[in-house]
Design a protein around this ligand. Structure first.
Ligand code: C2E
Ligand code: MG
Ligand code: MG
Ligand code: MG
Length: 280
């Protein structure tokens, strides 16, 4: 098509790439200093215990407040933060804030036992990462078992000594480690053998297709495998009553998804916890 349009087509193409580059650079520029300007917010999605339907844990999910007040979701900026290395500082803010908010607003007179935080590959490659986590727990007077770190399996693709050392040290501290989006990346089974994961999170694509017999057998197999390895299972992306019933029947330990609750602001999740209402 560019050929038909001759020189103009080509010029249009480069201009479009140029605009994408400019947009990316603009996001990168605004991401720098966003922690200091206090632009990030954590939302929390309840994770329910099966079969009771009670909230036992929450997952912290980052949002970025825009100049117009809108909240940007991670897909719009986390990849850029990862490529530029800015994720290290942002990720530290997430851990510190999740620990502080857990201590101040979520623990205590609520049944909540744990907060889960997503961690990027770049963070695990920093030699002092486990030490930072240990300090954050100490600063906030939080037992290590109250913190879970979720690691996406693609994260572990480069198997460096730093990653192994950080994961081993976190495990020794008593921080729980989960493998996120299980089944969508590469070499997941090898990672289970190599790293000390406590929890397996079944990716929502498997839950979404659980009306299909094959997917049901796959889910059953994943649950049996995880249990056989001494791991707990969390199903992600539960959107319907039928999916919830199926997971409960198949002996899944925990579930999260829009059927129970979307990710919500701190004050909302805090109120929900205090009400001690089962979500299903
Ligand atoms: P994730 O860790 O797998 O988180 C689950 C994502 O699925 C969240 O999207 C959540 O809002 C969404 N979700 C929850 N229940 C449902 C459901 O029933 N249906 C559907 N369709 N989606 C559901 P979100 O908040 O946009 O986050 C996207 C990804 O961004 C996360 O995937 C995680 O990989 C990453 N992320 C989020 N917060 C952080 C963070 O603080 N640091 C890092 N490094 N990554 C983060
Ligand atoms: Mg996650
Ligand atoms: Mg996930
Ligand atoms: Mg994900």
């Amino acid at each position: 098509k560019a050929k038909e349009q001759g020189g103009n087509g080509y010029r249009f193409f480069t201009r479009e790439i140029d605009q994408q580059m400019q947009a990316r650079l603009a996001v990168e520029a605004r991401l720098r200093g966003a922690v200091e300007r206090n632009e990030f917010v954590l939302h929390y999605q309840p994770i329910v215990d099966l079969p009771t339907g009670r909230i036992g844990r929450v997952e912290a999910l980052i949002r970025w407040r825009q100049p117009d007040g809108a909240l940007a979701t991670p897909d719009d900026f986390v990849p850029i933060a990862e490529e530029t290395g800015l994720i290290t500082g942002i990720g530290n803010w997430v851990i510190e804030t999740a620990c502080a908010q857990m201590r101040e607003h979520l623990l205590g007179d609520t049944p909540l036992a744990r907060v889960a935080v997503n961690v990027s590959p770049r963070q695990l490659q920093v030699p002092g990462f486990a030490g930072f986590v240990e300090q954050a727990l100490r600063r906030n007077d939080l037992p290590a078992r109250c913190l879970e770190l979720e690691i996406t399996e693609s994260v572990l693709l480069d198997d460096t000594a730093e990653i192994t050392a950080n994961l081993d040290r976190l495990c020794a501290l008593g921080v729980r480690l989960s493998i996120d989006d299980f089944g969508t990346g590469y070499s997941s089974l090898a990672y289970l053998q190599r790293y000390p994961f406590d929890i397996l999170k079944i990716d929502r694509t498997f839950v979404a297709s659980s009306h299909n017999d094959n997917s049901v057998r796959l889910i059953e197999t994943l649950i049996a495998m995880a249990h056989g390895l001494g791991m707990e299972v969390i199903a992600e992306g539960v959107e319907t009553e039928a999916q919830y019933a199926l997971l409960r029947e198949r002996d899944c330990d925990h579930a999260q998804g829009y059927f129970f609750s979307r990710p919500i602001a701190l004050d909302e999740v805090s109120a929900l916890l205090r009400s001690e209402m089962p979500l299903a």
